[in-house]
Ligand binder design. Structure first.
Ligand SMILES: *[C@@H]1O[C@H](CO)[C@@H](O)[C@H](O)[C@H]1NC(C)=O
Ligand SMILES: *[C@@H]1O[C@H](CO)[C@@H](O)[C@H](O)[C@H]1NC(C)=O
Ligand SMILES: *[C@@H]1O[C@H](CO)[C@@H](O)[C@H](O)[C@H]1NC(C)=O
Ligand SMILES: *[C@@H]1O[C@H](CO)[C@@H](O)[C@H](O)[C@H]1NC(C)=O
Ligand SMILES: *[C@@H]1O[C@H](CO)[C@@H](O)[C@H](O)[C@H]1NC(C)=O
Ligand SMILES: *[C@@H]1O[C@H](CO)[C@@H](O)[C@H](O)[C@H]1NC(C)=O
Ligand SMILES: *[C@@H]1O[C@H](CO)[C@@H](O)[C@H](O)[C@H]1NC(C)=O
Ligand SMILES: *[C@@H]1O[C@H](CO)[C@@H](O)[C@H](O)[C@H]1NC(C)=O
Length: 316
């Protein structure tokens, strides 16, 4: 029978053993980062005209590759910026091993396919730029589990489906750009929970239903673009009450109706106001004249009472 000391020794050893084997299975280092990027590169390495295909050589350290930035403290890849590099192919699951990645900018390439689930492992990510590619499918739900994400840019891909209410779980989100996809359904009320949101860009989709009142409650908002959708309903009378920083507001080309709120001048920082091509009616509020920062004002294509103003605006 084991005596007391041996028993504890046995327990400690088992635990140490468990700890080490557990650690070993999770050890990711700069070599892992390199093999992940090598898998990614294998898709375009035969394209000799491609800058990355030539530069990402296994003979040179990964940290000196174009578009790759390493963290000196952790000796791991911290940022990838391969925007506008004419890359084709998919995002391989191996990219999910870049566990120290903070910024991933792949904007403006010809990448396609679904975004792999493995990206969910990238908990340090603050910036994701996948705009202007050929990705398809639904917007993956794993973005919601990235606690540090501040910028999610998915413009001009071919994403379908609706905007999940749970997207509002990305509590640090400052910029959400879903413009020019094929998203449908309503703007979820939960978007109003994104308490740090500055840019909410949903233009050019098939979104319908009303703009949730909660959106006008996000006091950090600077830029709101809902243009080219199928939104209906009216603007709340006090829409500016909690939007002290709003500079850009566009609902161009939707199905909105009702009166333009006379309190619009409370959005005192407003530089661009686009209400064109809707079914707004009633008078155009004089208070708009008090928006001293206003540079662009588009009101045409509505049913205002004061036709003179409606027309005059077309040249604005
Ligand atoms: C990375 O870890 C593997 C084992 O998991 C090891 O063989 C390799 O030498 C390590 N690379 C560096 C640069 O530490
Ligand atoms: C890749 O580009 C970097 C930065 O311009 C340069 O230092 C490095 O030598 C290049 N590597 C190769 C293999 O071309
Ligand atoms: C990536 O590089 C482009 C071109 O240099 C730059 O405009 C862009 O801001 C960079 N992206 C990030 C996230 O820094
Ligand atoms: C990296 O990711 C791939 C795919 O997700 C996986 O098969 C592989 O084991 C991972 N680990 C390393 C150390 O490459
Ligand atoms: C994510 O959001 C959904 C819907 O808004 C909510 O029910 C869920 O509890 C949230 N999950 C986390 C982890 O916050
Ligand atoms: C706006 O925020 C206030 C304070 O947090 C809250 O009481 C109210 O219900 C919110 N309104 C909407 C429409 O979300
Ligand atoms: C726009 O929304 C209305 C309901 O508000 C719906 O009847 C119509 O089919 C939608 N049109 C398109 C093109 O989605
Ligand atoms: C515009 O602002 C001035 C000065 O704050 C105020 O006296 C005037 O009543 C305002 N006009 C409108 C139409 O709100």
């Amino acid at each position: 029978m084991m005596d007391r000391t041996n028993f504890f020794l046995f327990i400690s050893c088992s635990m140490i053993h468990l700890f080490i084997s557990c650690l070993a299975s999770k050890i990711l280092n700069i070599t892992t980062d390199q093999s992940a990027l090598t898998v990614f590169k294998s898709q375009f390495e035969h394209d000799r005209s491609n800058v990355l295909a030539r530069n990402w050589s296994s003979d040179t350290p990964i940290c000196s590759w174009i578009g790759v930035t390493c963290s000196s403290r952790h000796q791991r890849v911290a940022a990838i910026n391969v925007s506008d590099m004419d890359l084709s192919g998919i995002i391989p699951p191996e990219l999910g091993n870049l566990s120290f990645l903070v910024s991933l900018d792949m904007i403006g390439n010809k990448l396609h396919g679904n975004l792999p689930e493995e990206l969910a492992k990238l908990k340090r990510l603050k910036f994701i730029g996948f705009s202007l590619n050929r990705f398809s499918g639904k917007i993956p739900s794993f973005f919601e589990a990235m606690p540090n994400l501040q910028h999610l840019l998915l413009r001009s891909c071919s994403f379908t489906g609706s905007i999940a209410p749970s997207l509002s779980n990305i509590s640090k989100l400052e910029g959400l750009d879903l413009m020019f996809n094929s998203l449908e359904g309503m703007i979820p009320v939960e978007i109003g929970n994104l308490a740090s949101l500055k840019k909410l860009l949903l233009s050019g989709n098939w979104l319908s239903g009303p703009i949730p009142a909660s959106v006008f409650n996000v006091s950090t908002l600077e830029m709101v673009d809902f243009s080219y959708n199928n939104l209906s309903g009216s603007l709340p009378a006090n829409m500016c009450r909690n939007l002290p920083s709003l500079k850009y507001f566009s609902v161009y080309a939707n199905q909105l109706y009702g009166q333009i709120p006379s309190t619009l001048d409370e959005c005192s920082q407003l530089q661009t106001l686009e209400l064109e091509l809707n079914q707004f009616n009633g008078p155009v509020p004089k208070q708009i004249g008090n928006l001293s920062m206003l540079v662009y004002l588009y009101l045409g294509g509505n049913n205002f009472k004061d036709k003179k103003l409606d027309k005059a605006d077309d040249v604005a």
